[in-house]
Design a protein around this ligand. Structure first.
Ligand code: AMP
Length: 292
């Protein structure tokens, strides 16, 4: 089958309903395009596990802040289509902003309200990008309704997002299996991201600081260091020297995202930093008793 491109949400919804009526297993990979090997890994897994693979490309304006890179976000449509064809994707859903947010749009989905002192959506990136995860939760819910997949594929690269989507699926009783796949990296450790292209060569070099620091932190803990406060201080200093601005570096519980003061069997270290005009995020899972 060749790649079927659909822009109209209603048409996609009807087509997906017909497939579900025939008990066809649908795998869904939501993206913002500028596709790379990270997206490719999600799509390959979906291809292996599903009869029909649907990829959406939608640069969602509601998850960008007023001073963020919505307008600058890359949109290499022809190149994306090539990647989708080479991965034997069945459907590309590429709606317009107006189709997803019709005149008068007023309904949003939020995992943990702004009013809460601590919620999955207002810690870490949520602190620096107010409203970001409301935009994410809203668009993901809409896409899930339109596609109605058996399984949805997300990357651990956006760790907080994956935790929020898991919560959303559970809380809204969605009948969707969530697959979260490991971060795909460049040879030197840099997490692959559509935003890496906006780094100039010097910035690209300094961008290694994120993964380098997180791996260092993981290794120190594995070697037996237990003083999280001291480790955090040292790791933060490493980041500060390598990048232009550190938004945060945190070591948290993998599910609650609560900051840890003591080591526990499974932890996640996450960071967001600015290198030049580009904001980069990365994270590593730290297991005390198992090698990654
Ligand atoms: P995006 O297009 O950046 O919104 O990403 C779409 C999906 O691809 C999200 O679930 C991301 O977590 C995932 N993703 C992005 N980069 C990577 C990567 N380097 N490795 C694995 N998954 C990724």
């Amino acid at each position: 089958m060749s790649l079927k491109e659909i822009r109209n949400p209603k048409i996609l919804q009807q087509e997906m309903a017909r497939l579900r009526d025939r008990r066809i297993v649908i795998g869904f990979v939501p993206t913002m395009g500028a596709l790379h090997r990270g997206h490719g890994a999600l799509i390959s897994r979906a291809r292996r596990e599903s009869e029909i693979v649907v990829v959406s490309i939608f640069v969602n304006p509601t998850q960008f802040g007023p001073r963020e890179d919505y307008r600058r976000y890359p949109r290499p449509v022809a190149q994306d289509r090539k990647l989708l064809l080479s991965h034997e994707v069945d459907y590309l859903f590429q709606p317009s902003v107006r189709a997803m947010y019709p005149e008068g749009f007023a309904t949003t989905v939020e995992v943990g309200g702004d009013g809460q002192r601590f919620s999955l959506s207002n810690v870490l990136c949520g602190q620096f990008r107010p409203g970001h995860f409301r935009g994410v939760a809203t668009i993901v819910t809409k896409l899930f309704h339109l596609v109605g997949p058996c399984r949805a594929y997300f990357g651990a690269k956006d760790y907080q997002q994956s935790v929020i989507v898991r919560r959303l699926i559970k809380d809204l009783n969605l009948d969707i299996q969530l697959r979260v796949l490991p971060t795909v990296r460049e040879k030197d450790g840099l997490a692959i991201s559509s935003r890496n292209h906006s780094l100039n060569p010097k910035e690209r070099e300094r961008a290694r600081t994120l993964s380098g620091t997180l791996f260092w932190l993981r290794d120190e803990i594995r070697l037996g260091r237990r003083n999280l406060a001291g480790l955090h201080r040292q790791a933060f200093e490493r980041l500060r020297r390598g990048v232009d601005r550190v938004d945060y570096l945190e070591i948290v519980d993998p599910e609650s995202l609560c900051r840890l003061t003591k080591v526990q069997p499974k932890m996640v270290a996450l960071t967001a930093c600015h290198v030049g005009k580009t904001r980069l995020i990365d994270n590593v899972i730290i297991r005390l008793f198992k090698k990654d």
